[in-house]
Design a protein around this ligand. Structure first.
Ligand SMILES: C[S@@+](CC[C@H](N)C(=O)[O-])C[C@H]1O[C@@H](n2cnc3c(N)ncnc32)[C@H](O)[C@@H]1O
Length: 298
């Protein structure tokens, strides 16, 4: 059976399944260390940007692509259904290596792509080639978007509202709301922690059905779903130096509302049971794993 927390985007290249390749896997102690440290001294935005930049060259190996074939991505469907896109402005917040951008250029009137990691912007430009000239790239953190106040018809954040400090998330959501036009829309994807519980349940139940003891079943689930990388109570996930927020749907709704958004809709993005998902096709007879997508109005 394969392993790797699905939303953790840890591909088999990095986690192996039951293999012993822990070369890229943070050890349990590294999580505990950074967890206790983080309570006092969380990395600054600049430092976080540097850490994300560091991952840019290996991003595709390590993180799942929510736009890859086989993924049922309601955000992409919603973007492609926007009427008269050539008259509209859209911003990709936390564009990363730019997997969304090819769907936006030559479609929307104004395309902006923002990221606080210079390395990510560099890879986005490379991905687009000549089309990069049609995108306005912004190298800045997304909690301060004063330069864009009231300018955007559409703001999109795909797996980028992942700041480990919820105060930064609240600030960011308010900034995003303020960058929208009154009839604008904010949509995106966030990594789900409830899907990690789902994988845990499936792996554990399979082990119990095979006659393992509850303790052995729990141990198998903890190992395969890589519980040592998660802080379940607070919804956080650590990969190397990057600590990321993982979401419950109720918290997503709560924080969007807290920032003043209305008409909030949450829908699951569905992943195919493949090698990138914990368990792979061993659980293909069950409903697929997911991340949470949202749409909201300012
Ligand atoms: C998990 S990646 C997702 C990238 C891309 N949206 C995708 O779907 O592949 C998160 C991205 O958000 C960026 N990011 C995270 N926090 C940010 C912040 N506060 N301001 C700007 N960019 C941020 C990171 O640099 C990284 O490129």
């Amino acid at each position: 059976m394969n392993s790797g927390p699905k939303v953790a985007r840890i591909s088999l290249l990095s986690t192996g399944s039951l293999s012993n390749d822990n070369s890229r896997r943070p050890h349990r102690s590294s999580f505990v260390d950074s967890g206790s440290e983080s309570a006092n001294a969380r990395p600054s935005m600049k430092e976080l940007g540097r850490q994300w930049s560091h991952h840019a060259p290996i991003y595709e190996e390590v993180f799942l692509d929510p736009f890859r074939p086989g993924v049922k991505n309601p955000v992409l469907e919603a973007i492609l259904a926007i009427p008269e896109p050539d008259k509209k402005s859209i911003i990709d917040l936390g564009c990363g290596t730019g997997p969304l951008l090819p769907h936006l250029v030559n479609r929307f009137g104004t395309v902006r792509a923002l990221d606080f990691a210079a390395g990510m912007i560099k890879h986005s430009r490379k991905r687009l080639g000549d089309d990069a000239a049609k995108v306005e790239f912004l190298h800045q953190p997304m909690h301060d978007l004063a330069n864009l106040a009231g300018t955007q018809d559409v703001a999109v954040a795909i797996n980028s509202i992942v700041m480990p400090d919820t105060r930064d998330i609240d600030k960011t959501m308010k900034a995003i709301r303020a960058c929208l036009k009154p009839d604008g829309v904010f949509m995106g994807v966030v990594p789900s922690i409830d899907a990690i519980h789902y994988s845990t349940m499936l792996v554990m139940d399979r082990a119990l059905d095979e006659g393992k003891s509850p303790a052995a079943a729990e141990a198998r689930a903890a190992a395969l779903v890589e519980h040592h990388m998660f802080e379940f109570a607070f919804g956080r996930f650590q990969f190397e130096k990057i600590l990321q927020k993982f979401w419950q749907p109720f918290e997503l709704e709560y924080r969007l509302q807290k920032a003043g958004f209305t008409d909030i809709q949450l829908v699951k993005l569905l992943y195919p049971w493949d090698d990138d998902i914990a368990g792979g096709d061993a659980f293909a007879e069950y409903p697929p794993s997911w991340d949470w997508t949202f749409q909201a109005r300012p």
